[in-house]
Design a protein around this ligand. Structure first.
Ligand code: AMP
Length: 494
């Protein structure tokens, strides 16, 4: 299938009033309009586009001889990344790798293993798990129909992981499973610093443990991990939504409280009063703030079992020395939560207003809801990697190479390749200047890539069986015999 055609595929958000397809296509990708057709309506989407992939005949793109899509792109306008979706450039990737390495190491210490699930899942998976009436499902999903199958580019990680857990019957293999994931998520939110349409999350899920011991352990693991990244002003908010009984009782109480002030609420909240009243507590709308501030607390109608669970969680967190604050109005934007809920906020760095680093909680009914064995409790969290990088100052090894090999002349050019191979086999990051050039230009490049050492080889050095080793920071140099070179480089870099 034509790759660009797929990239130009009619990805539509659920909001009928905003159709990026039409906007984008008009500017850059007229082919999708000819390939798209309207395919009906549903509760949460009145406009969908069906993409019919088309293979373009070779040569139809004129001189380039490539895809028809490319041929129709306006040549005068440079293409740029989709709004809210960012490139991570080579100069930035070091910090991402450092974060990912630290995250893996931190969670693997607690027995989590990585799981990789697809980025695209069936749309009903998210509608059933995240829930209708949530911002994600109502407004933010990148959904499309492909060969009559409604699909969505994942807006979050838990639903896909639970789907995989159920599909592969992982519950039958182990009584408890601990998994983690890392990867991009997609939500059509209004972009701002720390809020993107493609963003990266890392998360963990535990299946088969009803808590609250594992809840306390998970929150403490996160707090300690964030502290190890030197993130300032950590604040942990916890709440319990209770199980089914508590949730139902609270819902009733909340509706009874909100109903008389219905007229003052925002349009979204008025609608949610009927469909999903708990979501109103999540609203950022100015008109809703006074109502939210006076709303009853879920903790006022929590049942005995749920209360025991929550009290024990607080006791364990106190025992572990995890700082926390109970926030009775914390409900979080996804439907599947029950009992423990938490958020961790940070301060400082370039974080700004989007300061929630991480959110999580229990979703005890979700495995069953998605067709798995009833009664498997679960808890998980997801953290936003971009926000962690904004909030923290930890560095990364920025150097492309530790050693830069600078050959002078053709004979030396061949020897430089051999040298490079030997050093890399010894685990030393090495860049060989294969283009040649003057010594001055090559040393300038060695500095630019952040190398600590430069190895200069010319005909003279080859004849004498030596290599000139330059310490670029100390501005010192010495000839080193070819045989002892790897050891000498190791010693210098130690
Ligand atoms: P959620 O899946 O909504 O519970 O979000 C978990 C974490 O993911 C948040 O605390 C943020 O750190 C991060 N996150 C959520 N949405 C975005 C977004 N649009 N852009 C960047 N990070 C996000």
């Amino acid at each position: 299938m034509n790759t660009l055609a797929v990239m130009c595929m009619a990805l539509t958000r659920h909001s009928p009033s905003r159709t990026p397809l039409a906007r984008t296509s008009a500017a850059t990708c007229s082919v999708t309009l000819t390939n798209a057709r309207r395919v009906g309506t549903s509760n949460h989407s009145s406009l969908r586009w069906d993409f019919i992939p088309r293979t373009y005949p070779r040569g139809s793109a004129g001189k380039t001889g490539r895809s028809g899509v490319e041929a129709r792109l306006p040549v005068s306008r440079a293409l740029s990344a989709v709004k809210g979706m960012n490139d991570i450039l080579p100069e930035e990737i070091g910090r991402w790798h450092a974060f990912e390495g630290r995250f893996r190491a931190a969670v693997e210490l607690f027995g989590y293993s990585e799981i990789r699930v697809p980025i695209i899942e069936a749309t009903p998976l998210y509608v059933r798990s995240v829930g209708e009436g949530t911002d994600i499902v109502d407004k933010e999903m990148y959904s499309f129909v492909f060969h009559d199958e409604p699909l969505t580019v994942r807006p979050e990680g838990t639903a896909g992981v639970v789907r995989a857990y159920v599909e592969h019957q992982l519950a039958a293999k182990e009584p408890t499973s601990r998994v983690y994931y890392l990867g991009p998520m997609f939500r059509g939110e209004r972009p701002a610093r720390g809020r993107y349409r493609q963003f990266y999350q890392a998360g963990c899920e535990v299946f088969g443990d009803a808590g609250p011991g594992v809840d306390a352990e998970m929150i403490d693991m996160l707090v300690r991990f964030f502290a190890s990244l030197s993130i300032d002003g950590l604040e942990v908010l916890v709440n319990s939504l209770g199980g089914k009984g508590t949730k139902a009782a609270y819902r009733e109480r909340l509706v009874a409280y909100l109903r008389p002030m219905q007229a003052e609420l925002s349009e979204d909240s008025r609608r949610r009063l009927e469909t999903n009243p708990l979501r109103i507590l999540d609203s950022k709308h100015e008109r809703d703030q006074a109502a939210i501030a006076g709303a009853p607390s879920v903790l006022d109608c929590i049942d005995d079992d749920d209360k025991r669970h929550f009290d024990r969680l607080l006791e364990l967190m106190t025992k572990l020395g995890t700082p926390f604050r109970v926030e009775p109005r914390l409900v979080r934007g996804l439907d599947y939560y029950a009992r423990t809920l938490f958020e961790i906020k940070g301060r400082g760095g370039d974080l700004g207003a989007q300061n929630t680093l991480c959110g999580g909680g229990r979703y005890d009914g979700l495995v069953e809801e998605l067709g798995g064995t009833p009664g498997i409790p679960s808890i998980g969290f997801a953290l936003g990697i971009e926000r962690i990088l904004l909030a923290s100052t930890f560095g990364a090894d920025q150097a492309t190479a530790s050693v830069f090999v600078a050959p002078l002349g053709e004979r030396a050019g061949a020897e430089a390749l051999v040298l490079g191979r030997e050093l890399r086999e010894a685990g030393i990051k090495t860049l060989v200047e294969t283009r040649g050039g003057s010594l001055k230009a090559m040393l300038r490049r060695a500095n630019a890539v952040g190398a600590r050492l430069a190895l200069v080889v010319g005909d003279g050095e080859l004849d004498r069986g030596v290599v000139q080793l330059k310490d670029l920071a100390a501005h010192a140099q010495a000839d080193v015999t070819r045989d002892s070179l790897v050891a000498a480089v190791r010693e210098k870099l130690a």
